[in-house]
Ligand binder design. Structure first.
Ligand code: SDX
Length: 421
């Protein structure tokens, strides 16, 4: 295959190099396009545009493949813990025993936040959406840890990363406790990373609490499956905010806001609200399928479709199986799980969905498990953010280490030309 492409424009032919990745993806390197031709590309939503080279996550949307640093998510869910996967994503390899001990030790030492953050949390109305609270608290962390901003050395970056890995679960649990009207828990550093998350979220002051294996295993799997997903909307947000050297905490705070949207991570909350609405409406899935296909109706089948996956989202397969297992182990029958399965069957056999390659995505079944674990619906996207944190950190670190330029797309202006007042 030639390693060049030719572009003919106004009787001139221009050549541009091809760039090829380790999984045989090929792109046109257009870094010199405007200088050579005066042209720019036009690609709303960046559906055809690669923003960077990355060695963190590979996904194949046609084959339904997802790997973190070369390891399949199926393997990692079976054989690794979330903190192993976080280390793998951030530092590139699964940790040795010694590396993991140090990583856990450093995180435990940082697993505390300034008490004044409580007054910021308290100032929010009870009805505040937890994603807005989490994004604000994450940004507020900067004020209490100003040395996390100007990080240029590997050591400074590592310290900022450890700080965020340690403090973010506390902010997540405090956001959850605010929603539930419960007193705030501190970290219990005698527990594993995920057991500590469960402790901070669920331990009530008047009762003993030990996280059940069902809860820990389900959380571990859900957090691993949400840990990274290459250049999605919120990760691209983290990278572009980070490219201005605004610092890791500010970049992740922006990523949380991007994830909040119902077309992105907010879909897991929207799926449950949709299933509840269908149940309240007598469980008439056919009516909602018709609404999803009606171009005059803004309704979409939440949890279906994906910008990249044109096959089953591999995460959805694993989460669907885990949902059955968790409900069985907790002896819960959740009627909306059956509605979800009925919807899935109808959609998989519907020509509109088949033609558009719309399959269940990561958000379609995850809410079923969160519900069974006693997590409120408005907290589902916060749980997504908790899982995605190591991926956001890894992508930010890669962008900084590659000394990538500040992100600044061009535009095609189609407004008024010069006119006088
Ligand atoms: C996540 O990018 C990532 O990697 C994200 C993520 C991650 O881990 O970071 O995987 C997490 O965000 C998963 C997606 C969660 N969102 C939802 O479930 C919301 C519902 N899905 C859609 O809104 C939609 O599928 C998107 C936003 C996910 C993808 O949109 P695209 O790629 O821009 O596709 P599109 O909107 O151009 O749709 C193509 C066609 C359109 O019909 P036509 O105009 O061709 O006739 O498919 C239709 C759409 O109307 N369509 C749907 C649909 N999704 C797309 N029709 C009904 N229901 C849907 N859910």
């Amino acid at each position: 295959m030639s390693d060049l492409v030719k572009l003919t424009y106004q009787d001139q032919t221009f050549e541009f190099p091809l760039i090829e990745g380790s999984e045989n993806e090929v792109g046109i390197d257009i870094k010199t396009l405007r200088a050579k031709t005066g042209l720019i590309t036009f690609d709303p939503g960046y559906k055809n545009t690669g923003s960077c080279k990355s060695s963190i996550t590979f996904l194949d949307g046609e084959e339904g493949i997802l790997r973190y640093r070369g390891y399949s998510i199926e393997d990692l869910c079976e054989k690794a813990s979330f903190i192993d996967v976080a280390f793998l994503l951030i530092f590139g390899e699964l940790p040795t025993k010694k590396e993991l001990e140090l990583f856990n030790k450093e995180i435990r030492q940082d697993s505390i936040v300034d008490e004044d953050l409580k007054s910021i949390l308290k100032s929010f109305p009870k009805a505040a959406h937890p994603m807005g609270v989490l994004s604000s608290l994450t940004s507020a962390l900067i004020a209490f840890n100003p040395n996390s901003v100007d990080v240029d050395s590997d050591q400074d970056m590592r310290e900022a990363i450890i700080m965020l890995m340690a403090k973010f679960p506390i902010l997540v649990s405090w956001t959850h406790r605010k929603v539930k009207g419960l007193p705030l828990n501190y970290a219990n550093t005698s527990l594993s990373y995920v057991e500590n998350i469960a402790h901070m979220m669920f331990k009530r002051p008047h009762q003993d609490f030990t996280a059940s294996p069902v809860l820990v295993n389900a959380l571990n799997k859900l957090l691993i499956l949400h840990a990274d997903h290459e250049q999605n909307c919120s990760t691209s947000t983290v990278r572009i905010v980070g490219s201005s050297h605004a610092g890791l905490f500010a970049s992740v705070s922006a990523g949380i806001s991007a994830l909040w949207g119902p077309l992105h991570g907010g879909a897991n909350q929207a799926v449950i609200e949709m299933l509840e609405a269908i149940k309240a409406d007598g469980g008439d899935t056919k009516k909602y399928m018709a609404k999803a296909k009606d171009k005059n109706d803004p309704f979409r089948l939440m949890g279906f479709g994906h910008r990249v996956y044109k096959n089953f989202d591999p995460r959805a397969r694993i989460i669907k199986k885990a949902a059955d297992e968790v409900l069985q182990e907790l002896e819960i029958t959740d009627p909306i799980l059956q509605i979800a399965k009925d919807l899935e069957q109808e959609a998989l056999n519907d020509q509109y969905f088949i033609d558009r390659k719309l399959y269940p995505n990561v958000d379609f079944y995850s809410g079923i498990i969160y519900r069974a674990l006693g997590i409120p619906t408005e907290m589902f996207t916060v749980m997504f953010a908790l899982g995605r944190l190591p991926g956001w950190i890894a992508q930010w670190l890669e962008m900084r280490k590659n000394n990538e330029p500040i992100g600044r797309p061009r535009q095609i202006y189609d407004g008024k030309t010069l006119r006088n007042i």
